[in-house]
Design a protein around this ligand. Sequence first.
Ligand SMILES: [Zn+2]
Length: 283
Amino acid sequence: MLGFVIAVPGVDWYIKKYHSLQEQQLLLENHRLTRQWNKTQQQLQLLSTQLDSLNWKDDHHYRALLDLPPLPAEMREAGVGGSKRADEGNENIPLISGSFELLNKLNHKLTVALQSFEQIEEATHKKNQMLATRPAIQPINNRDLTTLHLTFGTRLHPIFNSYMDHKGLDLSARFGTPVYSTADGRVSMAYHSGSYGNVVFIDHGFGFETRYAHLQKFAVKAGNFVKRGEVIGYVGNTGISVAPHLHYEVYFQDKAVNPIHFFQRDLKPSEYQKIIQSPISKP
Ligand SMILES: [Zn+2]
């Protein structure tokens, strides 16, 4: 009896202190899995931080460059809600439920980031279209250009001998020199006018129009779509003109603007500065 009284708590103490071999293996396995899960969670946290940094760049650089407003933080951070939790049944295990919460947030942030990238893609496409339709080159190659007369504004007219408003630049070149469209667009008119002579009007959209006058002959007709750098005609002396040259005009929202400001692509910054500072040369 005494032996029994001593033995029962002894066996109980022994069982509590020393687990069975199977239990010990399970404990080890559990320990290993917990460690592994912790590492996975750390990786998830790292991914989340990297995604936050990518989103910051998206808001402050990529979207800003395209004039898109940054996405509100609450939109990027909002919880998923409504959907069935993937960790159902494990809500009481902080390590597991914490990881799933992190995964849900990551999933949401990625979905919002993808939507933002789609907006960026659309805005980039539009911007590229806008840039292609903005006059950005000289209508005559520098190699063929004899003189660039900076005649925009009021000037003494060489034929009428009175001061008149001159809405463009005169680019002297030999007869037959190719004249290029300075941006993508649609030829709205190609006809003979008393003053312009043979003239091409190109509508570039987004408020821009260019005009090319005194042409010897046309290389396009009304309705044609042209690319920047495409030949649209050849230098001549038609209309009111005293020597072969191209009279070139740029309009923005129906107002004539100085074409020299759209030549940057063909000029080095120093050349551009020199031209805009030099006195008006007479044709
Ligand atoms: Zn002119």
